[in-house]
Design a protein. Structure first.
Length: 225
């Protein structure tokens, strides 16, 4: 069965007098896919160290997320407990099997920790981002048992940890880091890019938070200590 896409491409090839199987044409395509040349990269995110983290924080805040910084990973549970307490939320969280999360000292807090995907009844989900993007304040979250995708969408409150060293200047650099982490041809099935809490302005152009996912996004930036 021929699809509309096949018919369109066939018509284009016919008008060009090619079949699509010519060796030089295939070589050009294969070389481009292998080299992954970059397009125009905005200058705004091309910062180093603390300045790059500061831009990420500013952009995340502008997108209506809340942001906290901790000196080291061991301080993250206390920060999460503080956030939930001050927001008058229950001290319960759900997370996946990410080794970076399971290694944290949760027992030093009063938090009740559940593990595994969310079934929609969890108020608070915790994930660890693989990367952040400074130019937009975006979090890059990959799918899998380490960080179930359900935690990105079902809980009302999403808490995401991201290491300062994993905050890239731009999207292109973040993709490069993902390829290094997972290897060529072994990327996760789903990669979510999250910028601020879920929102919609479709109804009478009124901003509504939590339209398609969490109402609140709290980002914890982990320093190098």
């Amino acid at each position: 069965m021929t699809s509309a896409r096949d018919e369109i491409l066939s018509n284009i090839r016919r008008s060009l007098g090619v079949t699509g199987q010519e060796a030089p044409r295939r070589t050009v395509v294969e070389d481009r896919l292998a080299s992954r040349p970059r397009g125009v990269v905005p200058q705004r995110g091309q910062l180093d160290g603390a300045a790059r983290v500061a831009m990420f924080k500013a952009q995340a805040l502008a997108a209506l997320a809340s942001v906290a910084e901790v000196a080291g990973a061991a301080e993250a549970p206390a920060e999460i407990a503080r956030y939930l307490r001050e927001a008058n939320l229950p001290a319960t969280i759900r997370m996946g099997e990410d080794a970076r999360l399971t290694a944290l000292p949760w027992t030093t807090t009063a938090l009740e920790v559940s593990r595994g995907p969310s079934d929609g009844r969890d108020l608070n989900g915790v994930s660890h981002a693989n990367a952040g993007v400074a130019e937009t304040g975006t979090l890059i979250l990959t799918s899998g048992p380490d960080n179930p995708t359900t935690l990105n969408f079902l809980p009302d409150n999403h808490i995401v940890l991201v290491s300062a060293r994993d905050i890239a200047s731009d999207y292109e650099s973040a993709w490069d880091a993902l390829r290094v982490t997972f290897g060529a041809g072994h990327m996760p099935r789903v990669i979510n890019m999250v910028t601020g809490p879920s929102r919609s302005g479709d109804i009478e152009q009124t901003l509504l938070l939590g339209a398609h996912g969490p109402r609140n996004l709290h980002v914890v930036i982990i320093g190098e200590a």
